[in-house]
Design a binder for this molecule. Structure first.
Ligand code: ADP
Ligand code: MG
Length: 223
């Protein structure tokens, strides 16, 4: 099966007050096309550090990261920007929506940046938002939406450009338990329908158990 992500021997440490903290100590990880994988670990175990490396948001690591066969270390700045824009989608714990744009526009803009025409971009935004139950919230701004609705818009935005791999860092971690379960179920169903793969960091066993495979991050390696 085709791999969208192959990580080998990933190491990352931080210097803190003269002490070296080894956060990732040789992580190996594969994600196949269309596969949804949980990255489970308690707070401080290095989940965000791992996702930031895979998302090409931070250098400073050792080891190999291949995204759709492209080696991260061989990409220059433009190459990293291209992979982030064309191959990856991101969902964070806090929505990071643009406050001055409404729900539709927040999902349209990344498509326009990607080169889409305005009419199909709008149609796709409305279709993604509708599949998340937001057909009556298209012209609401983020501040006029509930936390669950804001995260749904962030999910639609992450999928707008049909990413091969969605990286999600505690995507429902900011929501109450009941809302988190509903939004997460909708996220899973939409990612599956779209055929994207996903790597989802969570500290929540129950949420992790809903994915195709669970990887546990423990003392800097995956079990
Ligand atoms: P998680 O997302 O699983 O909660 P993180 O990846 O955020 O964990 O952090 C893992 C560890 O790395 C923590 O001990 C944190 O303090 C440390 N860490 C993360 N980023 C930095 C940084 N920029 N400088 C120093 N230490 C960091
Ligand atoms: Mg984190």
């Amino acid at each position: 099966m085709n791999k969208v992500l192959e990580v080998r021997g990933l190491q990352r440490s931080f210097q803190q007050g003269g002490v070296t903290i080894h956060v990732l100590r040789g992580v190996n990880l594969d994600v196949a096309q269309g596969e949804i994988v949980a990255l489970l670990g308690p707070s401080g175990s290095g989940k965000s550090t791992l996702l930031q490396a895979v998302g090409l948001l931070e250098g400073g690591f050792e080891g190999s990261i291949r995204i759709n066969g492209e080696e991260a270390a061989q990409l220059d700045n433009d190459g990293r920007t291209r992979v982030r824009r064309d191959v990856l989608g991101f969902v964070y714990q806090f929505h990071h929506l643009l406050p001055d744009f409404n729900a539709s526009e927040n999902v349209i803009l990344p498509q326009l940046i990607h080169g889409a025409e305005p009419v199909p971009a709008r149609e796709r935004a409305e279709s993604l938002l509708s599949s998340l139950g937001l057909e009556h919230r298209l012209t609401h701004r983020p501040s006029q939406l509930s936390g669950g609705e804001q995260q749904r818009v962030a999910v639609a935005r992450a999928l707008a450009n049909r990413p091969s791999l969605v990286l999600a860092d505690e995507p429902t971690g900011n929501l109450d338990e009941a809302t988190a379960d509903i939004v997460f179920a909708e996220f899973l169903s939409l990612v599956r329908n779209e055929g994207s793969a996903a790597l989802v960091a969570t500290h929540n066993e129950r949420i992790a158990g809903k994915m195709d495979r669970v990887l546990r991050l423990h003392e800097g390696v995956l079990e």
